[in-house]
Design a protein around this ligand. Sequence first.
Ligand SMILES: *Cc1c(COP(=O)(O)O)cnc(C)c1O
Length: 510
Amino acid sequence: MSLLAHSAEDPADGRTHLLHNGTAQHYRRTVTEAVTRISAKIAGTTRPFTGVTVDGLTPTVSGVDLDAPLHDAAAALDELEDVYLRDAVYFHHPRYLAHLNCPVVIPALVGEAVLAAVNSSLDTWDQSAGGTLIERRLIDWTAARIGLGERADGIFTSGGSQSNLQAMLLARDEACRRALTGGELPDGARPSDVLPRLRILTSACSHFSIHKAATLLGLGADAVIAVPCDEQKRMRTTDLAAELARCRREGLIPMAVVATAGTTDFGSIDPLPEIAGLCAGYGAWMHVDAAYGCGLLVSRRRELLNGIEHADSVTVDYHKSFFQPVSSSAVLVRDRATLRHVTYHADYLNPRRMVEQRIPNQVDKSLQTTRRFDALKLWLTLRIIGAPALGALFDEVIDRAADAWKLLADDPRFEVVVEPRLSTLVFRYVPSTDQDPDLGDRVNLHAREALFASGDAIVAGTTVDGRHYLKFTLLNPETTLEDIATVLDLIAEHAGSFLAARPRPTLSAR
Ligand SMILES: *Cc1c(COP(=O)(O)O)cnc(C)c1O
């Protein structure tokens, strides 16, 4: 190795980039430069996406020599324009209508800047102090909005999938404990004797993370029972009752019923009061996955969540309907004692004696150890904007979805699946003349891809009864009905050119 290469690795150079009392000015200048560029970027975005392809962008990213630093933040930000910013997908754009990504509120970005710089880790009190208390206040605040009662608790997580996993873990361990102490099993029975009998009942429209959680938790391949939905895509409680009765007959243990308050595709809300009644009757843990619908907690439509207060656990994704940046999520529980199933003590971190000393170590309740202070974003949001204004933002997109539904229902070019409860619309373009059902699939798949490639708008896709549909997820109050009408016209145009370019079927081929 040459001497030159060595001298370039001067440790003094690295130290000027560490944040400490001697570099605070450097920090301020550099971060201000980045924020200035991003604000210009956000202001100048004319489309949600450039339509760049994987093959188009890969050489740019691969071409960066990670062993040849630029030693200059401005130069690195210039480069970032090429490798990321120019072609990023911008959720704040009014014609981004695809997934459950929200535009973010500025107070949360202030929180993001603060939490990254102070860099508290919320696992133990001795790494976060006030951060721990702030997180606990927000958990209590959310639990109170849900109505979980005096013994409620919870923890911030990385997202709804992790919240659901933790809820299923608690439900599993509670079910095992009850089965092993309930006197129904032979003496000496072990958790491994119980696991194969555990069942999770959830609607056919629930989130795939429930299946993933079941697998991670060592439950069998048929552990998840998909309960059919009604035509509004809500869990059919008559079928749930029948499945619960069948479990009992067959000696199976319904360890949890997962109700969804805001299904990812349809925004439908399962009948929570009826499900709560059935859970009580069968001694099943009631989990409500409100990853999407949690924004109703602060909206004028709060009554749509009636019954959620009976839950044993609840998933909320603030990074969906509370307009928070990724990531910000929580799992709440009715009985804080159930969180002991994730409590482990390490002498170096959270020794048992700290519990007696009442030192609040959040790691005792979490699947993670080192953990971001995501709660700060919600804290500053509530302190600066307040809950009613957040709820009003969510209400606005729900209103918009209702108007868009009328637009779609009146438009002969499209067929729309269900009237939305929240802010999603699942619909498809219907080719007017052809009877070939596969053509409908192909034309909708094409329209979605062509729109994405154009970058003019981004919509999602899903399947309903095995057929391809398109989906709008509205989470941006800046999206107007005109934007939606424009995107529908674009979809129809792409669909129309696909149909026009298709070779005419010959009579013999028919
Ligand atoms: C988005 C979503 C999840 C998963 O949440 P992540 O934050 O993406 O992990 C779970 N359940 C429902 C209903 C969702 O919409």
